[in-house]
Ligand binder design. Structure first.
Ligand SMILES: Cc1cc2nc3c(=O)[nH]c(=O)nc-3n(C[C@H](O)[C@H](O)[C@H](O)COP(=O)(O)OP(=O)(O)OC[C@H]3O[C@@H](n4cnc5c(N)ncnc54)[C@H](O)[C@@H]3O)c2cc1C
Ligand code: SF4
Length: 326
């Protein structure tokens, strides 16, 4: 069945201040960056947007700076621009690997970093055509009253499945947000909440303007499992940053996507030089299994996603800790 894009008004601010004012003017105004997620959802009848605030002309959001102190990525930087940076690929492998794992080269030409961080949550019962959802009485996330995944629950379990967020969180990124009251900066890990229907701590008149990471040498990687070999959202994905400690141990920073309504940060103890490695990595696998809570939001069983993400996390952590000793 053909799904027609609803009518909307398009406004194109040239500064962040203009964009904030345009958002504040109407509750049904929404930011549009690359549109690769938003427009698809609008065609499915998944939002009541009447005004699109299109932000590709805001030059201050397109800047990508890497110096000795910090990597700062404007929210309007496209994923292909990010992927093309050899310095980022070398210094922040997890960020590069997550970026090139997103959708396809065509999508990445217009999809942006800000759009990826603010990606809507996903669910088998939500990312469907309007007639399909209507015939199922909609659901709690939009227009309905019950959740088909957890009918006895009172919140939406749709999963956050953005690839960049875990990589940036594992690198301990900060996110810059601008609203009518000015700019605020928070740790990216604190930007999300565990509610599939309201997963961003962002007011409707606020804009994500940039994300930044401290420039320190790191050993890192990102890996995801998908149904298809390419052009697919993560069923689960993990970013691991592993650093050598002064006494030749290993510290880990780990974040997971695709299993919960927000990225999951895994609090891992340090691997000491004299620790038994097998015990350490077996405990890490169990910790991951306990920390994530995949639900019946994809065609693939939640149990499989839980076991797979634990196995991938352990594999990446082992490989990175071995590389650090070369
Ligand atoms: C076939 C297909 C495959 C895909 N595969 C993947 C995948 O493998 N991994 C993945 O992560 N994504 C995937 N996506 C989703 C999407 O393409 C990407 O997440 C993309 O990065 C979204 O960026 P965008 O600029 O297009 O966002 P948009 O669609 O423009 O916006 C997405 C959301 O973010 C909000 N937003 C945008 N910019 C800002 C900002 N600066 N501040 C505040 N809010 C903002 C918008 O209002 C909207 O709610 C896929 C999409 C398709 C169609
Ligand atoms: S988890 Fe439940 S409420 Fe959320 S989108 Fe899926 S069916 Fe709807």
């Amino acid at each position: 069945m053909v799904e027609i894009l609803p009518n909307f008004k398009l406004v194109r601010p040239k500064t962040v201040e203009q964009a904030v004012a345009m958002l504040a003017r109407s509750e049904s105004a929404k930011l549009c960056a690359g549109g690769t997620d938003l427009i698809v959802n609008m065609r499915h009848g998944l939002s009541d947007v009447h005004t699109l605030v299109e932000i590709s002309q805001i030059n201050e959001m397109q800047e990508l700076d890497l110096d000795d102190d910090r990597l700062r990525i404007g929210a309007g930087v496209t994923l292909n621009e990010l992927a093309r940076s050899n310095e980022i690929a070398k210094s922040f492998p997890a960020i590069h690997q997550a970026c090139v794992a997103i959708a396809s080269p065509n999508h990445r030409n217009c999809a942006t970093v800000g759009g990826n961080l603010c990606l809507d949550t996903r669910c088998l019962f939500y990312n469907q055509s309007h007639w399909w959802r209507k015939s199922n009485d909609y659901c709690l996330k939009y227009r309905g009253t019950i959740c088909h995944v957890a009918p006895k629950g009172n919140r939406c379990r749709a999963a956050f499945a953005g690839d960049l967020a875990p990589a940036l969180i594992a690198c301990r990124a900060d996110i810059e947000i601008t609203g009518p009251q000015g700019k605020r900066v928070i740790a990216l890990k604190d930007f999300y909440r565990e509610d599939g229907a309201d997963h961003l701590k962002l007011n409707s008149d606020e804009i994500v303007t940039a994300v930044s990471v401290k420039s320190t040498a790191q050993n890192s990687a990102y890996k995801k499992i998908t149904v298809r070999g390419a052009l697919d959202f993560p069923l689960a994905g993990v970013a691991v940053v592993c650093n050598q400690t002064p006494d030749d141990g290993r510290s880990f920073s780990i974040a997971i996507t695709g299993t919960n309504s927000s990225p999951v940060v895994i609090d891992v103890p340090e691997l000491k030089k004299d620790d038994n490695r097998q015990d350490f990595f077996s405990a890490l696998g169990n910790l991951v299994k306990k920390s994530v809570s995949p639900q019946r939001t994809t065609t693939i069983a939640a149990h499989y996603r839980r076991l797979s993400i634990a196995a991938i996390t352990v594999r990446l952590a082992k490989t990175l800790s071995d590389e650090g000793s070369k």
